[in-house]
Design a protein. Sequence first.
Length: 433
Amino acid sequence: MKCWNPTCECMSRDEMSSLQSERLINTVKRVYYNVPFYRNKMQQAGLVPEDIKTVEDLKKLPFTYKQDLRDNYPYGLFATPMSEIVRIHASSGTTGKQTVVGYTRKDIATWSEVMARTLAAAGATKDSFIQVAYGYGLFTGGLGVHYGAERVGASVIPISGGNTSRQIQIMKDFGTNILACTPSYALFLAETLDEMGIDKNELKLRAGVFGAEPWSDNMRKEIENKLGILALDIYGLSEVIGPGVAYECEEQHGMHIPEDHFIPEIINPKTGEVMPPGEKGELVFTTVTKEGLPLIRYRTRDISALTYGTCGCGRTLVKMERVSGRTDDMLIIRGVNVFPSQIESVLLEIGETAPHYLLIVDRIGTLDTLEVQVEMSDKLFSDEVKKLELLEKKIKDKIESTLGVSAKIRLVEPKTIARSEGKAQRVIDKRKL
Ligand code: DLL
């Protein structure tokens, strides 16, 4: 599969560092003189723009948090006059105010460029048909992929999320080659395909770019088998730009970050210290080309690790490993750290249930409880009780041995766990109520 922009995706480390340094110096100047919030923070840290001379100096700069965006709601961190802003998006999040982000015309061009790289890595060309089933609207998924697909010159099918049987009909009739949606929705589409009695070979689907929520390699295999495609992980967040912050290539081993635009770091979330390559920690981004909302050392709360080197695909861009969870969606159950994605991985590895699950965490007295509800497949549903009990025990034992936490397993009837058309909700934590 072709690189969209070999000059930027395959440059040497030295070339990349000098490009990053030059762009970082400009960004720091821009935010210092245009955004009072950044100026104040730098002054408090005793820094002036001239202190930032190379990308190595990045670690001197203070972090920016989601809360800072909320405190400056809606436009307080924008670095250009509103007359330069041509698009506004927002991400809802579970608590507090929306996070509002703005793009200048050049930012939209940057976004289209990084999304074109993402889609080209999935095999998109001007001959492709790309079905965009991410939501259109304030969410960045739909329009982000849309603009990238147009930049590639593909034929875009802007269907947005929902209306699942129509999605399948269109996929079949319009000859969709690349599907873009959340991995949970991809699975739901696969299930519906089956129900509609359409064989995957009747479709022209070749690849999917799935992201916006955590998923596991086992889930990938499930989607690939059911849809007969190459399933690629794509990552992004509205604050940084939207989708396009990292993308997998055909190697399926980590996501390339277009670091000529977004410089990543991995830090220890407790101490803020920068961690060496390969170690897991919190992902932090600094944007070096954005105009509307430049971000300095933005704490994503996503957990990942970075690896440098030349990839099998030829790209030299740093890779981030699959997001294993968020510093804030980690459940602590009786003192054990549990990420929903770890449980998903166990369920799919056993592979005897449907890939739909819900975690219910509660506290009885002082004791945390974890219930894992998992859907039976139709075949399993008709099995005898004894067999089901054995399966429950098998799941329970496997979760206990892999995660070190005991859980109650409840096999529930097929199709009883709510399906999502966007980001799936997998955890109900009753302890907070
Ligand atoms: O979800 C942007 C996006 C749209 C990415 C479409 C990929 C595809 P937000 O709504 O701001 O933006 O949510 C960002 O979603 O901090 C992660 O916690 C999570 N996330 C996004 N992609 C992945 C992924 C979009 N591939 C938040 N794996 C991020 C795991 C992901 N988590």
